[in-house]
Design a protein around this ligand. Structure first.
Ligand code: HDE
Length: 710
């Protein structure tokens, strides 16, 4: 079997790699001393006490004691991969950056995806925003685009970030709940900080529970600037569009996946890259000329607002491919340090007050996380453009700077390193005109907090709207304080009355007619609160197609995981036909059997089992196939978990296909009465099955599916 061969190849590959690394190497201490025994400590006699003198024991244990560094305060749970970025066409009219003008370059990248609220070991399928951070190692220096999988953020000013994070993290008295926003402190904050409502409704949507890290969009969120060779500035928003489309799981699956495989996203990314199915995202830009800064109904500097693609289309300019897994998680994924302040000539900041605060925070956090201001010398953080300057010394200096000059200007060092002219690539900040009072306030142009959440909700398909209503109901249902829930209900009613009605029903509460206190409490004590109340929502666009996952790509089943339910005696001809057709399209078939090891088909061939039924769940797959074979199907009929597997896949609106006797197994399940060509494909050509899988889910089945007792 090809499968068996693959596993053997992998084993041989792993062994070879290990042998290569350790080839002819004797174990040594960190000082290069050859070690003769790493299993026993030095003792006073065979049964005596351990001696303080044992430097071998102390080196080994001391190193171990310090193996952990503080995890990231946010985005602690992450997975990353190496790859490259290629530019489709030069955008020199907007930017002079080499990465945006040279189409021959293959710029190396390292990309880290993350959840925000949970600890390093938290499960992957938490309802949460996902971090999407890309380090471009460009020839002119490193550019970090540190974004998320949602196009807006919760707050408008960096000053509020510690409040937001303290509210969403586990409550400080009992450290509950882990990796979950469904608790009182978060909703206490959200219901008093109306600027959060836009990002919050995105977090209540399917975007917060992606099917795969490979199937989510990325956004730079802030408006940045592009600067061309003439020094002209254009505003820009960055977008990453996955070539596999944007797809999510349901909440019921997310909860179950967290139990069945809490590394689901990490494993999926790793496996896809190992199998050569390299994930890809196209980079898009929305460009706004400087003179159009004030032509929108919202402020471009407000990070809680997106620019609808209907108003400014996204121009696709290049592609990122991730093609190499890290070799060491700690050295690369954990130690990588992204800084929004890392930019290159041709890209610049705006005055977005959230971005401005981030420019300080990320350098600062690395000092406590990585322990030294020399963190840029760690291999994963080193630029490919070699650095020369007069910074010296300090904790963990890993280079040996030469010469006796560490100052500028100098003559002893020949005046080096010398300054670069702007024309030769010297960085020069965009000369923005500033003439203003020094003032601690929020711009009134940031006040509109309801129009865009409403636009988002209006733009969703019915099934997406239902998921949003369910998510609000779940989250608020977990809060203990009724007045917090009521405040939220009133705010949701300002976004959409019907949505609020559904949530109120689920909570068993009434939507308050009004709330007495000022709505937006996120202002200073002396602020003119009235001036900053969110105004009535506007409707400057009925809907924006790009906001709904119903408008994503449904043209591929590449990398989709198909569970093949089999026991001894399954029909090889059925299996062969389906396998050939599905694998041609890039899908991955996994044999699920009553036991591990191998099983035998009706042609007496042995097949390696991918997972024993006991060790797996339907939520880990995209679709199910049941080949015929009387003996096989009879055996499966006796195992209750197979029926649960099928019912549950149907509940999650996934494609199920059966051939010949395989249909008998379906007939034993809840879904027996719902066989049709859309979800349950019986004795049809594999192309019908392929079509159903490529739809990702058959949402038309949502109502029936909700009745499935799985
Ligand atoms: Fe972050 N954020 N953030 N953030 N953020 C961090 O930096 C912070 C914000 C984002 O995979 C920390 O190195 C402040 C917006 C990602 O390593 C920290 C503010 C966006 C990652 C930090 C924000 C992000 C971080 C924690 C408000 C989307 C993970 C560890 C002013 C555009 C990067 C670290 C990785 C990480 C601070 C807001 C995305 C503490 C103060 C907006 C993807 O520095």
């Amino acid at each position: 079997m090809a499968k068996k061969k693959d596993t053997q190849n992998q084993k041989t590959k792993d062994l070879k790699q290990y042998e290569k690394d350790a080839e002819n190497k004797v174990m040594t201490t960190n000082q290069g001393l050859k070690v003769n025994d790493t299993n026993n400590s030095l003792k006073s006699g065979e049964r005596g006490s351990t001696l303080l003198e044992d430097f071998l024991l102390r080196e080994k244990i001391t190193h171990f004691d310090h193996e952990r560094i503080p995890e990231r305060i946010v985005h602690a749970r992450g997975s990353a991969a190496h790859g490259y970025f290629e530019l489709y066409k030069s955008i020199e009219k907007y930017s002079k950056a080499g990465i945006f003008t040279d189409t021959k370059r293959k710029t190396p990248v390292f990309t880290r995806f993350s959840t925000v609220a949970g600890s390093k070991g938290s499960p992957d399928l938490a309802r949460d925003v996902r971090g999407f951070a890309v380090k471009f190692y460009t020839e002119e220096g490193t550019w970090d685009l540190v974004g998320n999988n949602m196009p807006v953020f919760f707050i408008q000013d960096a000053m509020k970030f510690p409040d937001l994070i303290h509210a969403v993290k586990p409550e400080p008295n009992n450290e509950i709940p882990q990796a979950a926003s469904a608790h009182d402190t978060f909703y206490d904050f959200v219901s008093r900080t109306t600027e959060t409502l836009h990002n919050h409704i995105w977090a209540m949507s399917d975007r917060a529970i992606p099917r795969s890290l490979r199937m989510m969009e990325g956004f730079g969120i802030h408006t940045f600037r592009l600067i061309n060779a003439e020094g002209t500035s254009h505003f820009v928003k960055f977008h990453w569009k996955p070539t596999l489309g944007v797809h999510s799981v349901t909440w019921d699956e997310a909860v179950k996946i967290n139990g069945a495989d809490s590394d689901f996203h990490r494993r999926d990314l790793w496996d896809a890259i190992e199998a050569g199915h390299y994930p890809e995202w196209e980079l898009g830009i929305q460009v706004v000329p400087d003179e159009d800064e004030h032509k929108f109904e919202f402020d471009l500097l407000d990070p809680t607002k997106l620019i609808p693609e209907e108003l400014v289309p996204v121009e696709i300019i290049g592609k990122m491919t991730l093609n190499r897994n890290p070799e060491n998680f700690f050295a690369e994924t954990e130690q990588v340090a992204f800084l929004p302040g890392h930019i290159v000539p041709g890209i610049d900041f705006t005055n977005d007050p959230l971005l401005q605060g981030r420019l300080f925070s990320y350098r600062d956090t690395q000092l406590s996380r990585l322990g030294s201001h020399n963190f840029h010398q760690i291999p994963i953080n080193r630029p490919i453009a070699k650095s020369y300057n007069n910074q010296r010394d300090g904790h963990m200096q890993m280079e040996i700077p030469k010469g006796n000059t560490a100052y500028f200007p100098n003559t002893l060092g020949g005046g080096c390193p010398y300054m670069a002219k702007i024309a030769d690539g010297g960085f020069h900040s965009y000369e923005e005109r500033i003439d203003a009072k020094k003032i601690r306030t929020r711009s009134e142009s940031f006040n509109d907090h309801f129009s865009q959440p409403a636009l988002f909700y209006r733009s969703l398909a019915d099934w997406e709207k239902k998921h949003v209503a369910d998510a609000y109901t779940f989250e608020l249902g977990k809060c203990k304080h009724t007045y917090i829930k009521e405040r939220m209900l009133w705010l949701i009613s300002q976004i959409d009355k019907d949505l609020a009605k559904q949530v109120a029903e689920g909570l068993g509460l009434k939507i308050p007619k009004k709330i007495d206190e000022p709505i937006n409490q996120a202002l200073g004590a002396d602020a003119n609160v009235k001036k900053h109340q969110p105004p009535k929502k506007k409707n400057y666009l009925d809907s924006d197609g790009a906001l709904s996952q119903a408008n994503t790509k449904f043209d591929s089943i590449a990398t989709r995981q198909i569970a093949v339910l089999v026991a001894d005696g399954f029909s090889m001809s059925d299996f062969k036909k389906t396998k050939k057709a599905l694998e041609k399209e890039g899908a991955m078939l996994k044999l699920i059997a009553p036991h591990g090891g191998t099983i035998t088909c009706d042609e007496n061939m042995e097949h390696e089992v991918d997972a024993a039924m006991m060790t797996t769940e339907s939520v880990l797959f995209d679709a199910i196939y049941i080949p015929g074979g009387k003996k096989s199907v009879n055996a499966l009929k006796n195992e209750a978990k197979y029926k649960k597997f099928i019912n549950e896949a149907f509940k999650h609106c996934k494609a199920i296909s059966a051939d010949n006797e395989g249909v008998d197994l379906i007939d034993e399940t809840f879904v027996a009465d719902y066989k049709d060509d859309a979800t349950i494909i019986i004795n049809k050509k594999p192309k019908n099955f392929i079509k159903a899988i490529s739809k990702h889910r058959n949402w038309d089945r949502m109502d029936i599916a909700s009745k499935v007792p799985a």
